[in-house]
Design a protein around this ligand. Sequence first.
Ligand code: ZN
Length: 128
Amino acid sequence: MALAAAAPDEICGLLFGQSDRIEAMCRAANVAPDPARHFELDPSVLIAAHRAARAGGPQVIGHYHSHPSGVARPSVTDAACASPDGSLWLIVGGGEARLWIAQPDDGMENEPGNELAVRFVEAMLDIR
Ligand SMILES: [Zn+2]
């Protein structure tokens, strides 16, 4: 967390564990073209993590990233990039860390044809 506070760019990484518990984190390079405002997990880290999970290793349950100048809530960009797959989004910003779950948005405001709308629901933070 101190690392996130000190970094001018968004830092990011993967979360491992079970559905209700984060057991480990792994830092990944932020390969976004504009790392001060966006994040994009290094795809080689993602691929390696999913391959390890299939081989019986720790399960990938989500990822984390920081908002160097913002608050610990999903941004508009985050919502646009998210898929409603129930994965965890740990966001660090403004001196706090908050955990969100990307769920399908079944609200009335859903645009026709936009089936990937995401609603972020805050979850209890339980980091061991
Ligand atoms: Zn973000």
